[in-house]
Design a protein around this ligand. Structure first.
Ligand SMILES: [Fe+2]
Length: 393
């Protein structure tokens, strides 16, 4: 129990009751005596007591009406109220308690009993508060732990993705850019009502986009001579290259077996396995066609190919954005999901800007403003209306 002197407001139209009550309580409590409900509410504007002791039978505003008004305001609803009455019938007791009173004391009250009852309720209130504090703390601790786990997993995933990227040193920034493209595509799907529910679910799950970074994790199994070959691959080499999809899925599956129920690894596995499937069934590894290809794979196909086209390689110059857009358009309904190509076309200027920004950021040439712009571009506008405003400016 805390030792701070508690404050009690005693409300009764009978002045001698107020005097008796005050005499009993004032040694241990700060006591305010008030002769009507109206006066109580005036005082409550200035002081919030620990308890209110409330007479039921009062002219004009009776105890029940006072109680209803107390419970109707968020500021006063949680102040414990003890009813006082000369009545000794169980109906008024029941009515008082059902209105939310914590207790009921009959007048004339015995001073030691009154003190004991107040003390008891003080203890209950303190314990309730302690429990509430404990719950709030627990909630905070759980949130903090969840955040720590997310950060740790994020770092592990990113490091894994970077290790893969390091080895294949021709694709600098590819993993990050494809993730960014994927993000703006999914945001645009929400705005255009295409697979909206699914897209919203992904946006809310912060692991979804992080997991996309592992789509090429399987390339660690591909030999250097193939991975770094500065030119077209032979059919045999290409066959080996194709296995980075199935191998990636196997690596992720292995991790999945060691941890419990991690949806981001499910996402990562689908990205790895299906990002080279084609809409017309001519892709790999399964040769899936149309909607049999998971939506994730169909999205990643566009992001992945766009980036491969505009990126510089030792054996090729970077292609212009316009040329890359027209190649993706040519692949509409062949390589790519036609509806997703339409979404891509409607936001292709954003692809171009994200590319510029991420190149500048990755090369260390960008300022804080460009980082902020990229961040804003990756936010879903329909969930964060602020961005629409910035884009219009
Ligand atoms: Fe790939």
């Amino acid at each position: 129990m805390d030792n701070v002197r508690k404050t009690i407001m005693l409300v009764d139209d009978n002045i001698s009751n107020l005097t008796i009550g005050k005499n009993v309580l004032r040694d241990k409590y700060n006591v305010f005596t008030l002769s009507s409900g109206e006066k109580l509410f005036k005082m409550l504007e200035k002081v919030t007591p620990d308890f209110i002791m409330l007479d039921i039978e009062m002219p004009e505003m009776d105890g029940y009406a006072v109680m209803r008004q107390l419970k109707a305001s968020p500021k006063t609803e949680s102040i414990p109220v003890i009813f006082l009455t000369a009545k000794n019938d169980s109906n008024s007791e029941l009515e008082g308690l059902s209105l939310g009173a914590v207790d009921y004391i009959s007048k004339p009250f015995s001073p030691p009993l009154l003190l004991k009852r107040i003390e008891l309720h003080s203890m209950i209130e303190s314990q309730k508060r302690e429990l509430q504090d404990y719950n709030d703390n627990l909630q905070e601790m759980v949130e903090k732990k969840t955040e720590d786990v997310f950060n740790l997993q994020n770092v592990v995933l990113q490091t894994m993705a970077e290790l893969v990227e390091c080895r294949d040193d021709i694709t600098g920034g590819h993993i990050e850019r494809t993730r960014f493209y994927l993000q703006i595509l999914v945001n645009a799907m929400v705005e255009r009502n295409l697979h909206r529910e699914q897209a919203l679910e992904w946006i809310k799950d912060r692991y979804f986009f992080v997991s996309a970074q592992l789509h090429d994790v399987g390339t660690i199994a591909i030999s250097d001579s193939i991975l770094k070959k500065p030119g077209p691959l032979t059919p045999e080499e290409f066959n080996e290259m194709k296995t980075h999809t199935t191998f990636g899925a196997q690596i992720i599956e292995k991790i999945r077996h060691r941890v419990n129920e991690e949806s981001f690894l499910d996402y990562a596995k689908i990205f790895a396995l299906t990002h080279h499937e084609k809409w017309d069934g001519s892709g790999y590894p399964e040769g899936l066609a149309g909607e049999n290809i998971p939506l994730q794979g169909r999205l990643m196909a566009i992001s992945d190919v766009y980036d491969a086209l505009i990126a510089e390689r030792p054996y090729k110059k970077p292609m212009s954005h316009e040329r890359a857009v027209s190649i993706i358009l040519e692949g509409r309904g062949k390589h790519f999901d036609p509806q997703l190509v339409d979404v891509f076309l409607s936001i292709s200027d954003q692809f171009e800007r994200v590319t510029e920004l991420s190149y500048r950021i990755l090369s260390g040439k960008s300022g804080a403003e460009e980082k902020m712009e990229l961040n804003e571009m990756l936010q879903p506008a329909s969930l964060y209306p602020k961005r629409q405003h910035i884009v219009m400016e």
